[in-house]
Design a protein around this ligand. Structure first.
Ligand SMILES: Cc1ncc(COP(=O)(O)O)c(C=O)c1O
Length: 341
């Protein structure tokens, strides 16, 4: 067989790498550090066990009924809502429906760049600047792009974007995606702007504050036309499986739990931020469940050798570590390792 059957640009994409070390403290993927409360885990398992049969495909009418109930709970029209297999599938779908001229600002969550490399005709990647504390500026935005991907709070730095700037982006471009994966930790959402800007898309996930990373459940808010295009691309409802249906059965309780947990984590995060400052680390104020600070590669390696998994970044010749916020006990353990470094 010739080598021409596949795309060379896909072969050249970087491999997905995670350090293959058993973690004693897992602070590298911004997950929630604890399992669901037992009663809620049991409710999900109960749904899965008693409501569905695995030999049948998920039924469209069942999907529509669930969607109606959930949109009522969220206070939006069901026409403006779609459920996805993780936020990642929502991001992918936006790139498929648009995907001509795409712009991304780094450092940020890496999957959209990967998607855009595969799907867009023209990708521009603009670096957020160290001297501006990695804050997005108006001058960097650009005009007449088909899709701009923004994250707020942005990972790894943790800053949020002003409404005014989001409105400027919306007025000057076609589709604008705001990834709100960490919104529960920020007391901030752009949902109100959907009424004013029909090109705005808001992506959310149950993988973070809701603690369901293993289930791969996400949802998206957007204008009716955009949602209908995404539904066509994903062939809704066949993009989801029964585990997702069991999550939908318990949506309101999981969502509410995520909001409560968001508040708990904010306290631990802000306290740890002060600890970092006190110990002379240059740390960035964060609205997510993570903190980003300047620290050497050596420190990252030292932590890893002790089974403490964090994320290392090298930007503009400087070294940084991002830590996810764990339980209070876990953060106390990390403090011991960082003191005096
Ligand atoms: C900004 C951002 N969006 C999306 C995701 C992935 O979400 P999901 O697990 O729902 O695909 C992550 C995961 O780290 C993220 O940081």
């Amino acid at each position: 067989m010739s080598e021409n059957y596949y795309r060379k640009d896909i072969e050249d994409l970087p491999d997905f790498k995670v350090e293959n070390i058993k973690a004693t403290l897992k602070l590298d993927q911004n997950e929630y550090p604890e399992k669901l409360p037992k009663y809620l885990r049991n409710k999900i398992f109960h749904s899965l066990k008693n409501k569905y049969t695995e030999n049948r495909y998920p039924q469209p009418i069942d999907y529509l009924n669930k969607k109606k109930k959930i949109s009522e709970f969220l206070g939006i029209s069901e026409k403006n809502l779609i459920f996805t297999m993780g936020a990642d599938q929502g991001i992918l779908a936006t790139m498929i429906i648009s995907g001509k001229k795409v712009k991304i600002f780094t450092p940020t969550y890496p999957i959209p760049e990967n998607d855009a490399k595969i799907l867009s005709k023209e990708l521009s990647i603009e670096a957020l600047k160290y001297e501006n504390d990695f804050v997005l500026s108006k001058e960097q935005i650009g005009k007449n792009l088909d899709l701009i991907y923004l994250v707020s709070p942005n990972s790894p730095v943790g800053n949020i974007i002003d409404d005014e700037l989001v409105e400027y982006v919306c007025k000057n471009n076609q589709l604008v995606v705001i990834d709100e994966a960490y919104f529960e930790y920020s007391n901030k959402t752009y949902i109100e702007l959907l009424k004013k800007h029909e090109n705005l898309i808001i992506i959310r996930t149950f993988s973070k504050a809701c603690g369901l990373a293993g289930y791969r459940f996400g949802y998206v808010f957007a204008n009716e036309k955009i949602i209908s295009l995404m539904e066509k691309v994903l062939f809704v409802p066949y993009n989801l499986g029964l585990c997702h249906y069991a999550i939908m059965d318990n949506f309101s309780e999981i969502f509410t739990l995520g909001m409560e947990r968001g508040k708990i984590v904010q306290k631990i995060r802000d306290e740890f931020y002060l600890f970092l400052k006190k110990n002379s680390f240059k740390s960035y104020k964060s609205y997510g469940n993570f903190l980003f600070f300047e620290a050497s590669r050596k420190l990252y390696d030292e932590l890893l050798s002790k089974g403490i998994k964090t994320r290392y970044y090298h930007i503009e010749s400087k070294d940084f570590i991002r830590i996810s916020i764990g339980t209070k006990k876990e953060m106390d353990q990390l403090k011991k390792e960082l003191k005096g470094k």
